[in-house]
Write a protein that binds this ligand. Structure first.
Ligand SMILES: [Ca+2]
Length: 104
């Protein structure tokens, strides 16, 4: 039995968060995280580790204090172990933050 707040594999994600993301709480390489971000013309491409069959929403904010998260693009259901999320026309700001949310 694993505690919700524990992090047995030391990957920085709690067992509860791994349960929600469908990742293995005992395997550090199985974790939801952004692994690359790139600009493509006027778009921003965020690559994250994903679990096939799980749905995600890319969110963005121009500030973290306070954060004002909004959806960037539509929900994506992963088909592979990494997924590229696109924020169309996201390259126009001096500073912008991204996160990937697991959808229920
Ligand atoms: Ca963990």
């Amino acid at each position: 039995m694993l505690s919700a707040a524990g992090d047995e594999d030391g990957d920085g994600q709690s067992n509860a968060a791994e349960d929600a993301a469908g990742t293995n709480p005992l395997l550090a390489s199985s974790v939801l995280k952004a692994i690359a971000i790139a600009r493509s013309g006027n778009d921003i491409l965020v690559t994250a580790t994903t679990v096939p069959g799980v749905s995600y929403q890319l969110e963005t904010s121009t500030s973290l204090a306070p954060a004002g998260w909004s959806n960037a693009g539509s929900p994506v259901t992963a088909s592979q172990s990494t997924t590229v999320f696109t924020h169309a026309n996201g390259a126009g700001d001096v500073k912008r933050f991204y996160r990937v949310k697991v959808l229920p």
